[in-house]
Design a protein around this ligand. Structure first.
Ligand code: GLN
Length: 564
């Protein structure tokens, strides 16, 4: 049998950044996958960092951690969510990795005295990495390669040169360049402007890349004559000038692209003889998102509340969980520092649930702890993620177990009661890159826990990114309290989930569930958290039977079950 030939689609961006290349690539990937093709996506990041793991979320947004523990660009989150497919370290190529490999080889003497240059050494390494997923899985039909940055950036030039060469080395129908650009609407002139697109395509053509499809981001429908004009100046037939009008939510983008004929255009140009995509499941999900039957208000209390990209996957997870519960989730962003200054009640009195996300560093921690106390005492559903769980443990140790000075070793080294601590084998690790527990780990659930009810399974696998853990020396402190170690590592050594039992829904997890939520399959914990907030919301004005009474009964039942 002839070996399958993998085709490559290169997606570049022009005019401005933040046009949604990641979502465009993921959307095209989904359409091709729904046509029956075996698809993979690579993100090429032109920065010199080896990975975004050490980059400030203020600058770079969330770090998306994969099962294999690699810390990657947040676009990989879009790829996983749209394709319902797990990525690996091979799906994110950075300039830093490329240079690191080439320089390491040079130091080893592998180049036998040759002058090491961008062309061919850097470009060969880039091509090698772009081809790698197809080597790992020879069944791959199409690899979409998203080139980060904007055409014209100095940094991305080696990548553009490498993909230019790949087009030269393959049959014409085996590579395809798609350029995503902006066609701005100038309100004072009352018209759209094509010049920026012309310029960015010109810049691409100067380096030898002729895009075959233009995807034009636009606020208004592009008239036929505009598409013709863009096509004429950019040397692209107007039928391949696709208008990508702004949509309300990102999950509409694949449906819009299909309507505009993007996947048809790709299949024509690449001679892919495949059926129409079946988008019914996706369609249904979008309809549910757009037609909620109610709404709940969730507060997110964190440090980077002014930068939503730092919490990208959490925001998406709430959209998925809302869709599954048929409600709209309104997120209220509360700065933990403001809570510290002005008290929790001022910000949280009318919420239906609180989420404390992951984070690093001491700033704002006291505000988070205070907000957890508030929702615990007021029976408002709570979900703590990573640092959020650690804060919940501290709060409980302080306010219920009476350890007033309980804290995390992350913030103070000379603590008397470090209820959150380094594991013994981590002490002495000082190098920030690569010293964390990263990637997928299995956990076993207590079958009387809310988490078990959510997952419907005794064993789970979730992704981690943290350095500190629940301190086992304090397990006894919590043992006689309505506080459950609901999930442990399979060897029982690490606490992965804690729950407060006499509370309607109080769950803290040491891992990052948001990294595994998918639009067509919400993460079970997000789903049940939202279900609890819906219940809380509907009971808010009818407190004849209080949640605390309900919780107490449940607690008694659970304790009895545990004894049996
Ligand atoms: N800073 C904490 C730790 O390293 C939590 C990390 C996180 O929330 N991702 O353990």
């Amino acid at each position: 049998m002839a070996e399958k030939k993998t085709k490559y689609i290169f997606v570049t961006g022009g005019v401005v950044s933040s046009l949604g290349k990641g979502i465009a690539s993921a959307s095209l990937g989904l359409l091709l996958k729904k046509r029956g093709l075996n698809v993979n996506i690579i993100k090429c990041d032109p920065y010199i960092n080896v990975d975004p793991g050490t980059m400030n979320p203020f600058q770079h947004g969330e770090v998306f951690v994969l099962d294999d523990g690699s810390e990657t660009d947040l676009d990989l989150g879009h790829y996983e969510r749209f394709l319902s497919q797990n990525m690996t370290k091979d799906n994110n190529v950075t300039n830093g990795q490329v240079y690191f490999t080439v320089i390491t080889r040079e130091r080893r003497g592998d180049y036998l005295g040759a002058t090491v240059q961008v062309i061919p050494h850097i470009t060969e390494e880039i091509k090698e990495r772009i081809r790698k997923p197809a080597k790992v899985n020879p069944d791959t039909d199409v690899i979409i390669v998203e080139i980060g940055g904007t055409v014209g950036d100095i940094e991305s030039q080696p990548f553009l040169e490498a993909i230019r060469q790949m087009a030269l080395e393959n049959e014409p129908e085996d590579t395809l360049f798609i350029h995503l650009t902006l066609v701005p609407f100038i309100s004072t002139a009352g018209e759209v402007k094509t010049k920026p697109t012309q310029h960015s395509v010109k810049a691409l053509r100067e380096i030898g890349i002729q895009p075959r499809i233009l995807v034009c981001r636009t606020a208004v429908e592009l008239a036929e004559q505009i598409r013709k004009k863009i096509g004429l100046f950019c040397n692209v037939p107007s039928k391949y000038v696709i208008s990508a009008i702004d949509v309300e939510n990102i999950y509409e983008v694949p449906l819009l692209f299909h309507k505009e004929g993007l996947d048809d255009a790709v299949c024509n140009l690449m001679k892919l003889d495949v059926p129409e995509p079946d988008m019914s499941e996706w369609d249904e999900m979008v309809i549910r998102i757009k037609n909620p039957m109610g709404r709940v208000k969730i507060a997110i209390c964190g440090k980077y509340v002014y930068l939503k990209d730092a919490y990208k996957s959490i925001i998406e997870s709430f959209i998925h969980a809302g869709a599954e519960n048929n409600v709209q989730v309104d997120l209220i962003w509360v700065s933990s520092e403001e809570i510290k200054q002005n008290g929790a009640e001022k910000f949280l009195s009318d919420i239906d649930g609180l989420l404390i996300p992951g984070g690093f560093g001491e700033r704002g921690v006291e505000g988070k702890i205070e907000s957890i106390r508030y929702v615990r005492e007021n029976n408002i559903p709570f979900f703590g993620i990573c640092l959020g769980m650690q804060c919940a443990v501290i709060e409980y140790a302080r306010n219920i177990c009476g350890l007033e000075d309980a804290h995390s070793y992350e913030f103070y080294a000379d603590l008397k009661n470090p209820v959150i601590h380094l594991m013994a084998d981590q002490e002495g690790v000082t190098n920030l890159g690569g010293s964390m527990r990263l990637g997928a780990y299995r956990a076993k659930l207590d079958n009387s826990s809310k988490s078990f009810r959510a997952y419907g399974a005794e064993e789970i696998s979730e992704r981690h990114r943290h350095r500190y853990e629940f301190n086992n020396a304090y397990r006894n402190l919590f043992a006689d309290k309505p506080f459950m170690l609901a999930g442990l590592s399979p060897d029982g050594r690490l606490v992965e989930i804690v729950e407060v039992i006499n509370h309607p829904w109080f769950v803290g997890v040491q891992f990052h569930p948001e990294l595994k939520s998918r639009p067509v399959e919400s993460h079970p914990l997000f789903r049940d958290f939202i279900a609890a907030t819906v219940e809380y919301n509907s009971k808010k004005n009818d407190k004849i039977v209080t949640e605390r009474q309900l919780g107490d009964t449940e607690y008694e039942i659970i304790k009895r079950l545990q004894k049996e």
